[in-house]
Design a protein around this ligand. Sequence first.
Ligand code: ADP
Ligand code: MG
Length: 436
Amino acid sequence: MTNNALVKLQDVTQKYQTGKKEFVAVSGVNLTVSEGEYVALLGPSGCGKSTLLRIITGLQKPSEGNVLYRDRPVVGVNPYATIVFQTFALFPWLTVQQNVEVALKARGLSADERTRRSLELIDRVGLDGFETAYPRELSGGMRQKVGFARAMAVEPELLCLDEPFSALDVLSAESLRGELLELWINGGIPTKAILMVTHNIEEAVFMADRVVVMDKDPGRVVADVIVDLPHPRQHKSPRFVNIVDQVYAILAGQTQPEYVEVGTAPGEPGRTRALPDIAIGDLIGVLERLLKMPDHTADIFRLAEELRVDSDYLLRLTEAAELLGFATLAQGDITLTPLGETFAEARILTRKEIFATRIRRLPLFKWLLRMLEATDTHRLERNVILAALQLDFPPEEAERQLDLIIEWGRYSELLEYDDSSGMIFQGADVAAGSQV
Ligand code: ADP
Ligand code: MG
């Protein structure tokens, strides 16, 4: 792996001057990306992901450490690496074709050659027929394809992508991911390696061969997880889910073994861990409050006073936060984990995705999803589930647990519930098997 290394960061530290203070954005990062690798860089916002991409592409020189490209120090802009940004940085006054050709101009190709190459690239990213369109006529997904075509026009050995799908709607993101993977896997692009920044965990595991996990304060690498799954990857396959969970656990700073933490399913030997009786809106309120606290930490009882909830309820909220890996408790303090931070900062759809991945691993949800999967119509009557829960919980508690399961399941879109018929359904996403 070292002999075909493209980029190597050695003990890279980046400090920024903010006013009179010096701020360490990235500290002691070692990272190698080799030929043939698709590497995802994952971590909470502010952990220095974009900073590392700028350093790798030579747009910025680190305060300390070495940046090597094919074992030679990078001086000035790195001609072998290109970045595609999440915002579609196109020239609005140029057509699709012109936007791609611009990138080729700098390479000193003849006009004919530029035209030939750009038409070919536009075709390859699936924009055939849109050569003369202007960016404003295109959807977000199509504009991002122009961005890809333009980045690929210079045939970079290392393609750096900075959250390339995060500004797209769910469907465009999904299809563009598939198209990029296809180009990459089938050798449709001359690129030798891809380094993609994302904060979507499933996206990272879906696309990359390695997921490098960062944490912040200061920004640093905390784990390097190999994803040795063949393409096309199945979001629901046990090995996929396993790796996703592993990455979540790293971000959640999970310390207890899984069975202690989440309990067992109804009907299985061992304790069925009840869901804490809380409203999701209140949980979000607590996490958002913590996000504003110094060190993302608060004293639990002071927090109860501040949020004007009784301390019993706050304890249930903190239990839920801990169960989901959003916070840790120690000595009467509650602290957000990097995952909790990511959740609190995220927008609604990402929050739902994170929530879904977290509750999928809880035995109560695994058990219910398995039962739904086993029925022809993927639906079950409320009373059937209630009866099953009553084997593990007293009647009143079983009722409460079912209500919580439905509320959490609905929020995460893993479940749907029709109040009038009392029917519980698999969520549409689960049924379609698409979760990114
Ligand atoms: P990420 O891409 O992971 O969200 P960034 O690399 O953008 O993180 O930023 C890392 C940290 O460095 C953040 O706290 C950010 O505010 C800070 N930062 C980034 N660029 C500068 C800059 N030019 N001057 C001062 N601080 C910066
Ligand atoms: Mg960034």
